[in-house]
Ligand binder design. Sequence first.
Ligand code: ZN
Length: 170
Amino acid sequence: MALKKIRVLGDPVLREKSSPVKKIDENIQSLIKDMQDSIHAGYQPGVGLAAPQIGVSKRVIVVNYDGTFEAYINPELEILESSSQMQEEGCLSLPNLRTEVNRPKKVLLKALKMDGSKIEMEAEEMMARILQHEVDHLDGLLFIDRVDKKTKRQLMLEYSQLESEEDLRK
Ligand code: ZN
């Protein structure tokens, strides 16, 4: 077990553009294992996690949804249906913050699996949302960047209040 601390807003690694994985070696395999262990280490269990969230700036995401755990390396997304849907999202890196985010509802995922094989998969609804959220992390984007300016300001305010309440409890 290698539980890694989940990085939260303010940590610069969350704002970096992650680099592609050149070779799927033991380092990448142990990174994925760490991500699998750490997905439960946040303030609540996550449905997905991106490598930067445990401090590693590499293009690797994991999805823990609908009873299955899967890792995707160098994931790329193509939007198949641009009609979007609003749905509430949260993020392990933004503890206790939730808001509705508009995202395209159908995407095509191209990625490598842990064994090096290529995968192409269509995803809709919740799965499409998780993939978009996690791939955003690899580009240094958070869900608060996907809402309008006013909502973002409100969320940031709410977040700083949550943080100071947390400090008072310590
Ligand atoms: Zn997230």
